[in-house]
Design a protein around this ligand. Sequence first.
Ligand code: TXA
Ligand code: MG
Length: 325
Amino acid sequence: MEWAIQSLRDGGIGAFPTETVYGLAGDARREAVVEKIFAAKNRPYTDPLIVHVGSMEAARLVADFSPLARALANHFWPGPLTLILPKSSVIPGLVTAGKNTVAVRWPLHPVAQSILKNGELVLAAPSANAFGRVSPTRPKHVLKDLEGRIDFVLDGGPTGWGLESTVLDVSENRKWRLYRPGPVSAEELQAWVQAHAPGTAIEAFGIATSPEHSQPSPGLLPRHYSPDTPLKLVSDEEVPEVIESLEKGTQGFLLLTGVGPNAEFSGANLQSLSSDGTLESAARNLYALLHQLDRGGISLIYVQRFPETGLGVALNNRLERAARR
Ligand code: TXA
Ligand code: MG
């Protein structure tokens, strides 16, 4: 970690574990470093980055907090919630794609915290994958996309949540916007708002229908999180037909949610995403299985749709986008 801190101070870029997915980090205050992050990922400059901080003081250095936004941050940070706030002048426009708002997050993972805190750094860190691809939940996923393009990968083992943070725009008073569902669920945010900010509405954004027009959050682009292998979402009702056709020799592989009553299904070409029946364990496994199936010469990945509650909303959101071609 000391070596990584030195590398980051010297203007290097490298991957570190967070509690959601691995991030590709570099000094958010230096334009030349931020340019290297975009280049390594092949990410278009129109898609802004999240700035990671290791304290509330660092957060206030990069963004302006309304009293309500500060209370919200105090409640959910450190943790998997990214807040969109008015940006301060220490952050170059390249980080925010020219917007006057900046995405900020204080991660919970001990390795990320130690780098940020001990290095006294503020780090721009998108997920450490090539643009549009499946996010990395293990070091080997990072290397698959970025080996030779970055200075280091810090190995913190598999990440805890396995899905990217929730993105909430709180830059306007009374009208907050949920751009990306994630580990902090809409229900939890709504409960907090009801208790602490009655009169503030949370508007949920769906997946953008057209990539052409300028999006409020460019990460809403329809096609994202995609494996090379085509992916198809199937409903509970469709699962038996898919299994039957796989048994008859149709090429493909089926991932079952594992959270409903599907323990009775078994077969060579199917697997459950959740070993213990929880959405949390399904989220932890999803990207690792997609990375693995992508290398396995499979022609089509079927995935059973999750129930639309809690983390299931975030899981379906990623899968719907992975399914677009
Ligand atoms: O869990 C995570 O958030 C991970 C870890 C590494 O922290 N990071 C991550 O970053 O997923 P990235 O770059 O893959 O996703 C950032 C999302 C994108 O959808 C981007 O469009 C949106 O945040 N975003 C960033 N700045 C924004 C802004 N100023 N306004 C609206 N959306 C913004
Ligand atoms: Mg990403």
